[in-house]
Design a protein around this ligand. Structure first.
Ligand code: B3K
Ligand code: ZN
Length: 877
């Protein structure tokens, strides 16, 4: 495969104004007629160049130019990946007819079939699997789409825009024509044809227009759309209120499909969703799933402006739409629930998984400089770090100027395909701030490391804080420049009071703020805080104000103090995490230590006892740092040792706090009908945490509570909480019984069966390799369905770390085999699943040698896809 470089970007030679498509859908394939009106791009210097269109796996039947049939070899050439029309006038109409086989499309890119329904996925480069086209996002055209299909199997025919015509074709066939008035890139094209039912609703926009809202699902899922519909309406309102963005078409549709490579896709007016990201009912979806659905519905809806109306010039700019849209959806979720909890969740994902990516062989900047296969760049860096970069602009500018900047961006670039630099420029122009140095966040990969030291001058009453930043080397990038980092902090007095932060020796303490955002721009900077009578305790990087690592020599005493006194909820939680990490790490380095830090136990006891605290925050604070996070923090981690130490701390906490846990369990049981509010989610979370801990001490009281909760539950959060606790316990009989009952109950619901697979594959009790191999042979497992693959193989390798990193290497060999097998049917999924092996250099030598060997096995597979080739070769370099 070839490497594509940002530096080689050229404007398109030809532009397409309109696309007229006709799809004739049959059981054994589909014929696609595509008529393009094309003209030379006045901005291109390449005059009289041939017209080159992209294509992949197409059977070309006919090409005509301005009504005249073209001859293969003379007038055009078909290479493997292109159709080249040798000579074209400056303006012309080109018709291309292709034949494709959706029923045999296992890559799930382009047009394919999912449970009998036709559907599409065109981002990033799937449109070229449908017809020959200049398949790049800076070619924006107006689309008209006619779909012809069998009436009985495909009563519903959908595409982008508004339906303008429909009719009968005889012989049991019919057609519908759709027209999308907004120019769009080909990656936003969508088509759906199948036997679907619709849930309908209406949204009245701020200017008083009524929008027809529809969610299309298979009949059996008709009762599971309400939450997605409510989420959609909340998103539409929020985007009007917070960003001044009104919806622009008369109809907005969502379709749920079972076979989908990603979560969802923001096609103009016709979003296509993975069923697991749209369908929910109290009985079948956990609280986490409800929250995820709300966030993804919002994310795809928000793309209508940040992505569709203003789109990306090229795929190096992917974070322009993804980083900004993730920032938008995360602010939305914060507004709908608990902002502190949402921030904790985002920071956890970033620190656990994005930091790992940024330190690994596939590390890349938020705006990459090169790629081989763009599908490999839908990463945590592009999405989550990209969102953090936008959040930092928001922090630096403040909410008003940021809003002025986003208004200017949308106004200036509506209908255009632009770059991340255009986004930053709009923010600069609207605010008057210079973001030159800030732009390095887009170009430099790697997580900045901030090393903080301090001293207190008691005579002067001055506290000095020195912050040094370094940015680690990453593939192809060394000697990086200092970045512009917003660093929020506060200082606490001995009673826990928030101290005034005076940066000048003169001035009035009463007017000084108790929180400030320092702007770091140099390799080392010292800040002086005046008028302090005692040495304060610093509360650093509040709200996780930048995606960086902070090192400061906190004492355990300081951490316990911050855990109970910091006015910033995020940093309270963070102090608890740092304390727990410190305790676990010292057990790893000296496993013979008899005593486990009593202050950790007492801090948790205080959390469980204090009902005046925000219970949603308490629920988060009771979660010990994950194994994945502990691995991320370690140099040369020994996975088995980390697993043992963490388990030991968990069971020590559970044993020491048994009575408090039983009390917590009961205090959070009952409380009325099921609802999805932050308070009731927190109650269920606390109850289920308490339950899982009680089972760790082999407490029969815990077992009895779990068995009862499992069978009495009226919602999936509680049923799954009890099932998970049993699955991860030593009560083998109860575990098998609950698993069997669960499958029996829910076997007809694919999304629940996926949860059933995942709860086993993630468990070191129920998910050892032989058991996982048995799951792959289960009747409900399906090698063609990405969700099933992820819920067994992905969960085993990503969440069941002790089993996956079995020192005998069996987990690695297993993953390598599955990845090779999947590469032939679905390369995108194969390239994603291989990620855990790519981090081989990080691990202790015994592990890394075996991981390397497994990667080598994949490299030696004949006919590697471009997707897998890129990931495997870059990680072996
Ligand atoms: N834009 C899509 C991602 C499609 C990825 C295709 N390989 C989903 C989203 O971010 O909204
Ligand atoms: Zn997105």
């Amino acid at each position: 495969p070839q490497t594509i470089h940002l530096s080689e970007y050229k404007v398109p030679t030809y532009l397409v104004d309109t696309v007229d498509l006709c799809f004739q859908l049959y059981d054994d394939g589909a014929r696609v007629h595509s008529t393009l009106s094309v003209r030379q791009n006045p901005e291109s210097k390449d005059v009289s160049a041939p017209f080159t269109l992209d294509g992949d796996s197409l059977n070309l039947e006919r090409v005509t130019l301005d009504g005249k049939a073209l001859v293969a070899g003379d007038d055009y050439e078909e290479t493997g990946e292109h159709l080249v029309i040798t000579e074209v006038p400056s303006q012309f109409e080109l018709t291309v007819v292709t034949w494709i086989e959706p029923q045999n499309n296992t890559r799930l890119e382009g047009l394919y079939k999912s449970s009998g329904m036709f559907c599409t996925q065109c981002e990033a480069e799937g449109f070229r699997c449908i017809t020959y086209f200049p398949d790049r996002p800076d070619v924006m055209a107006r689309y008209r789409t006619r779909i012809e299909a069998d009436k009985a199997t495909c009563p519903v025919l959908l595409s982008n825009g508004n339906d303008i015509d429909r009719g009968d074709l005889g012989s049991g066939r019919h057609f519908v024509t759709w027209e999308d008035p907004f120019p769009k890139p080909s990656y936003l094209f969508a088509l759906v044809a199948g036997d679907l039912v619709e849930k309908q609703d209406t949204f009245t926009t701020c200017s008083g227009r009524d929008i027809d809202l529809r969610i299309y699902v298979e009949t059996r899922n008709a009762a599971k759309c309400e939450h997605a519909m409510d989420s959609l309406k909340r998103s539409m309102r929020w985007d009007e209120e917070v960003y001044g963005r009104e919806y622009d078409l008369d109809i907005f549709m969502i379709v749920a499909v079972d076979d989908f490579n990603m979560g969802a896709m923001e096609n103009k007016g016709l979003n296509i969703f993975n069923s697991s990201c749209v369908l929910a009912s109290q009985e079948t979806a956990t609280d986490l799933a409800f929250q995820r659905i709300e966030a993804i519905v919002a994310h795809e809806y928000f793309h209508n402006w940040s992505g569709n109306r203003v789109t990306c010039r090229d795929w190096f700019q992917l974070s322009l739409k993804e980083g900004f849209t993730v920032f938008r959806d995360s602010t939305f979720s914060a507004d709908m629930g608990s902002p502190t909890v949402k921030r904790i969740e985002d920071a956890t994902l970033l620190r656990t998984a994005q930091f790992a990516e940024d330190a690994g062989p596939m590390a890349h900047p938020v705006r990459p400089a090169s790629y081989m296969e763009i599908s490999n760049f839908y990463t945590l860096t592009i999405y989550e770090k990209g969102a953090e970069v936008v959040r930092m602009i928001h922090t630096l500018l403040g909410p008003e100027l940021f809003r002025k900047g986003s208004d200017l961006y949308f106004e200036r670039h509506d209908g255009q395909a632009v770059t991340t630099d255009d986004f930053v420029k709009a923010m600069e122009d609207a605010s008057g701030r210079d973001l030159t140095q800030f732009r390095l966040w887009y170009d430099q990969a790697g997580t900045p490391l901030l090393t903080v030291s301090d001293n207190y001058d008691s005579e002067q009453g001055v506290y000095r804080l020195t912050i040094q930043q370094t940015i680690p080397d990453t593939p192809e990038q060394t000697n990086k420049q200092s970045q512009h980092i917003p660093f929020a902090l506060g200082l606490l007095g001995i009673e826990g009071e928030a101290l005034p932060l005076r940066l000048e020796s003169t001035g009035d303490a009463a007017n000084a703020p108790t929180e400030r955002v320092l702007e770091l721009t140099e390799a080392s900077q010292t800040f002086e805080f005046y008028g302090l009578a005692q040495k304060p305790v610093p509360s650093l990087l509040r709200h996780f104000s930048a995606p960086v690592r902070v090192v400061y020599p906190w004492s355990r005493e300081q951490l316990v103090f911050l855990m109970s006194h910091d006015p910033d909820g995020f940093n309270r939680w963070d102090a608890g995490q740092r304390l727990a990490v410190d305790v676990i790490q010292s057990l790893i380095s000296s496993p013979e230590t008899a005593e486990i830090e009593p202050r950790l136990v007492e801090a948790y006891r205080a959390l469980l006892a204090d009902l005046s605290l925000d219970q949603a925050l308490v629920a988060k604070m009771l979660q010990l740092p994950s194994e994945a996070y502990l691995i991320e923090l370690a140099d040369s981690p020994d996975v088995a040792a980390i697993h043992r130490a963490r388990e030991r701390v968990l069971s020590h906490l559970a044993t020491s706090l048994r009575d408090e846990l039983v009390a917590c369990y009961h205090a959070n049981t009952g409380g009325g009908a099921y609802e999805v509010t932050p308070e009731s989610i927190a109650r269920r979370s606390l109850r289920n945490t308490a339950l899982s801990w009680l089972l760790l001490i082999n407490d029969d009281a815990g077992r009895d509570l779990a068995v009862k909760q499992y069978s009495d539950a009226d919602n999936m959060t509680d049923r799954m909480g009890a099932l998970r606790a049993l699955v991860n316990s030593d009560y083998a009989a109860e575990r098998s019984q609950a698993l069997a009952d669960f499958y029996e109950r829910f076997q007809d619901d694919p999304q629940v069966v996926e949860q059933w697979f995942a709860v086993q594959a993630s468990s070191d009790r129920a998910g050892q390799l032989p058991q996982v191999q048995t799951l792959l042979k289960h009747a409900a497992f399906d090698w063609k369905n990405p969700n099933k693959i992820r819920s067994v193989i992905g969960v085993f390798a990503g969440q069941n770390l002790a089993a996956f990193h079995n020192p005998d290497g069996s987990g690695y060999g297993f993953l390598a085999d599955q990845v090779c097998r999947l590469d032939d049917s679905n390369p995108q999924i194969a390239a994603r699943l291989v990620a855990p092996l790519t981090r081989w250099k990080k691990f202790a030598p015994t592990y890394s040698a075996l991981m390397h060997k497994a990667l080598g096995k994949i490299r030696d597979k004949p006919e590697l896809s471009a997707d897998l080739y890129e990931v495997v070769h870059k990680s072996l370099e």
